[in-house]
Design a protein around this ligand. Sequence first.
Ligand code: UDP
Length: 416
Amino acid sequence: MNRVSSLEAYREIAPPGTLDLIYSLADRLQGKKALHVNSTRFGGGVAEMLHRLIPIFEEMGIESRWETIKGTDLFYRTTKSFHNALQGDEQLVTPEMYREYLEVNEKNCEELDLSGDFAIIHDPQPAAFIKKRPDGAKWLWRCHIDISRPQRKVWKFLKQYVDLYDGAIFSLPSFAQKLKIPQFLIYPSIDPLSDKNKELPPEEVDSIVKGFGISREKPIILQVSRFDKFKDPLGVIDAFKMVKQHNDCCLVLAGGGATDDPEGAEVLARVKEEGEKDPDIFILDLPPDANIAINALQRAATMILQKSTREGFGLTVSEGMWKGKPVIGGAVGGITLQTLYGRTGYTVNSVEGCAYRIRHILNNPQVAEKIGTNAVDYVRKNFLITRHITDYLAIMTDLLIGAETEDIYMTTASAE
Ligand code: UDP
């Protein structure tokens, strides 16, 4: 396969051999058509990854489309309840809500083009699309959230659809469930060349940060997240208050909403109410395309927090690590996979633990530097987009070409 210019840009960044493996896998998939379906184009890690993956697949000769499911207010409230319930929260889902979920899924299936050899249906929102899988196509359900301890009733409902897929993909081994179908493990990834992660000149970082009215004289502690209770922004403020009694520093909570998250505005209002009491706390409600601003904030930060109480993977952790920053995260989901305790970051289990670790980093710059260096190396080996592309290609090869090869083998076998 000819070299693909957008991929070649990663040759010096990805571990050696990665691109050659991608080319040899992509070679076998030329002309195949792939489809991704999720629930939002803006906000959250899934959209973040699809924006970068789809154009590269296209350029590799694998036609790739991205559709989003569109719903009613009740649908989004229902899927947010599903999301919370699957992550272990007690939620009341009424029969009317289940009905709305199925109706919206059905209506979207009628309106969208679901053709293609291969589809990845992301998260619970469009999971019932499987009822309309075209003949011969291979469909996978990809789950990006922590469903290791789901509320049984909601999971039982969803599982009847998940079991119809050709396979399921989870982000962590501990998220795997008892299913009738094969399960695959794929870690999410960040794109080192995207606006969110590319190198920025220090002057640009400086001017963006100052543009938000944030002084660079004090250490900056940053959390970038949707305003979602599971990201625990109020816990971050409490930890910061404890730290402030001993260390002069400022806190930046940067985030925005996702179009499929009806609870965001409420959480943001509570965070603002708390944050406004201290001039060293900056609450930034950012537009969906604020990638360079987030990049600059991450680069300007002394350390990065992701104090989630539930987390699927936590892309913001790899984003911070890639910028050589020590990340302190809640000891949940994919955060524990990224921040190896004391080597590539720290995990914490409480507000007090978080405050303790923030102070530890503030008071020991040499620790921050060592962890930051290890973090870059760890992300390079494990969490870059090039590894993600390889994983997708390997699964596609297994399901599409593997199936063809098996057919040939079966034919030969029966002919003997
Ligand atoms: N993000 C963003 N703007 C925001 C908040 C988050 O661009 O206002 C990005 C963030 O940089 C990361 C992704 O959205 O790339 C969030 O992914 P993560 O896995 O951390 O959490 P999720 O929102 O998917 O639960």
